[in-house]
Ligand binder design. Structure first.
Ligand code: SAH
Length: 218
């Protein structure tokens, strides 16, 4: 381990204690994953020293990697289990997918910007995340061939909940999605059981736009 990785490990520990545990995230698997994934490798070299700060960062193509706390909160809300197959819409930097990949059996992640899709696939390979499957397409239509999924996480803001995603969610599964206008959204947790679909509002958030057939049109 070189000097820098020790430095980043300390920053990561502080991030988990001050930003994540302090705000009430308790799922031990989520906390362990946040302590493990090297977030500094998911941003450009120039931003590495800011990677563990309490804020989102730009990742190119006008997109962002979410604030650490929001990643932890959304991951906990999904109630991920070790045998789960999870669908993520909006691969971006790959950080959220990597956090999930530490916990679950397999992560399927879709990105609609080709440059991000390619760059992040290479990073997953370099970091040996062999249980992450990537796809370049409009994620608002989901990934019908691989569904149903035990959980679905959408990491971009949508005007409404895309209907294909609801159909591709297994009974007993949760979906976490920011819903609202382009400036602010509510984080919605939806779950499906034998009696139907239920929704809980987890509070305000702010994401880039989910652009696609069942999201924003542009
Ligand atoms: N989960 C990411 C967050 C990236 S920001 C991370 O951990 O870094 C949201 C991402 O969603 C952007 O990369 C954006 O290009 C992507 N996106 C927006 N609309 C999409 C769509 N319809 N299908 C797939 N990806 C989409």
């Amino acid at each position: 381990m070189d000097e820098n990785s020790l430095k980043y490990e300390r920053q990561r520990e502080e991030m988990v204690r001050k930003q994540i545990e302090a705000r009430g995230v308790t799922d031990p698997n989520v906390l362990a994953a946040m302590r493990k994934v090297p977030r500094h490798l998911f941003v450009s070299e120039a931003l590495r020293d800011q990677a563990y700060g309490d804020f989102p960062l730009p990742i190119g193509e006008q997109q962002t990697i979410s604030q650490p706390y929001i990643v932890a909160e959304m991951t906990q809300a999904l109630q991920p289990g070790k045998d789960d197959r999870i669908l993520e819409i909006g691969t971006g930097s790959g950080y959220q997918a990597a956090v999930l990949a530490e916990i679950v059996f397999r992560v399927y992640t879709i990105e609609k910007i080709h440059a991000l899709h390619i760059k992040t696939r290479k990073l997953f390979d370099a970091l040996h995340y062999h249980n992450i499957v990537t796809k370049y397409s409009d994620g608002t239509a989901g990934w019908a061939d691989e569904g149903p999924f035990d959980g679905i996480i959408v990491t971009a803001g949508s005007p409404s909940i895309p209907t294909p995603l609801v159909s591709q969610l297994a009974v007993g599964g949760c979906m976490v999605i920011p819903v609202g206008d382009q400036y602010s959204q509510e984080l919605i947790k939806l779950y499906k059981d034998e009696t139907g679909i239920h929704k809980i509002n987890l509070g305000g958030c702010r994401f880039v736009k989910l652009v696609g057939e069942y999201g924003w049109r542009s």
